[in-house]
Unconditional design. Structure first.
Length: 341
């Protein structure tokens, strides 16, 4: 099987072109054809010498994942199920806004972290995705949407824990922010994590100023251990300390809190959460749980949502209630992978 040229890093592509007797700057030219102009094959790259196009086509392909499923919910949200080269499943969701979309990207096929309220966690990890497989989700979605519909924001909140796939995450962010790539501002990109402390530290030091979201879901270790087993490795004190170290000057952090009826939605939990986050520059997104078959949780009552929000607001936090879109096509928060089981 021929290799996908997109799997080469920038440095590897430059080295290859050197072997072909070509200048290094052609690497950027080729990546511009792939990502900015959406060229489907080497033949379309008309600014390249014909002999180079033929040589590339003789040794490489430009792989495009097959779309094995596409569903559009009544609220405009689109879920795409993609089949990768080895047929590992991968899902991406386009969340409809006014005249634009936010794309929710997967960083892994499945997820190893096993959060108990999440459908993807039940799949386990098939494998991590490469940077080009992450970028392929965007290329595919752009082709599917057509000219009038634009993707303006990216969130790494699909399948997987992106900070456990750090190198691919960083390389894909480079593709999305580069002028030869998607040319999207880092401020329109959000990386979400379940709380991988060394990854948060690396992000703060190495990455352009993308936004950071942390899926917290409990203000005390006992409960968080049960909801998110990763908490046993990186308990709340360590996680919050890493957030306090995270460089200021970026946008405020987002704390994601899935409200589970009767589990983490009491006024006492809200007060503990407010205390835990004191002094952190953050907003708290409250996400009422989406019921999925087989998961032992229920949605919160409206009264409980209101009470929880009021306590956070009185403590000085911005705490919007985010109703997940796309629930009817299993595209909502925590539902990815529903069709893969
Ligand atoms: S919530 Fe995120 S980190 Fe947890 S199992 Fe689901 S995909 Fe993985």
């Amino acid at each position: 099987m021929k290799k996908d040229l997109k799997e080469l890093s920038g440095a590897e592509l430059e080295a290859l072109l050197g072997e072909f007797g070509q200048p290094r700057w052609r690497a950027e030219e080729i990546r511009r054809w792939i990502y900015s102009k959406g060229a489907p094959d080497f033949d379309s790259m008309t600014s390249l010498p014909l002999a180079l196009r033929e040589r590339l086509a003789g040794e490489f392909v430009l792989f495009a994942p097959a779309v094995s499923g596409r569903e559009r919910a009544g609220d405009g949200t689109v879920k795409l199920c993609l089949s990768l080269q080895d047929e590992a499943p991968c899902e991406t969701v386009l969340i409809a806004g006014e005249g634009r979309f936010t794309q929710c990207l997967s960083s892994q096929s499945g997820c190893p972290l096993g959060c108990t309220f999440c459908q993807t966690g039940r799949l386990g990890l098939r494998r991590s995705l490469t940077a080009s497989e992450i970028a392929d989700q965007w290329l595919t979605a752009r082709r599917e949407l057509g000219e009038e519909e634009r993707i303006t924001n990216l969130v790494y909140m699909g399948m997987g824990e992106s900070l456990l796939n750090y190198d691919a995450l960083r390389e894909s962010v480079e593709i999305f922010t580069a002028p030869w790539g998607a040319d999207i501002s880092p401020r329109r990109i959000t990386v979400s994590t379940a709380g991988i402390v060394p990854g948060i530290d690396r992000m703060g030091k190495e990455m352009p100023p993308v936004n950071l979201a942390v899926s917290l879901n409990a203000p005390e270790d006992d409960l968080r251990d049960r909801l998110m087993p990763v908490n046993r490795k990186y308990p709340l004190a360590d996680l919050i300390a890493s957030l306090r170290r995270y460089p200021a000057g970026r946008k405020p952090l987002t704390i994601e809190y899935v409200l589970l009826g009767g589990t983490n939605d009491s006024p006492a939990m809200a007060r503990k959460l407010a205390k835990l986050l004191r002094g952190l520059r953050c907003k708290v997104n409250l996400i009422p749980f989406n019921p999925h078959s087989g998961l032992p949780f229920s949605p919160p009552e409206e009264r409980a949502i209101q009470r929880f929000q009021d306590i956070l607001k009185r403590s000085g936090y911005t705490a919007p209630v985010r109703r997940s879109k796309g629930a009817e096509v299993a595209a909502a928060c925590g539902q990815l992978g529903t069709d893969q089981r």
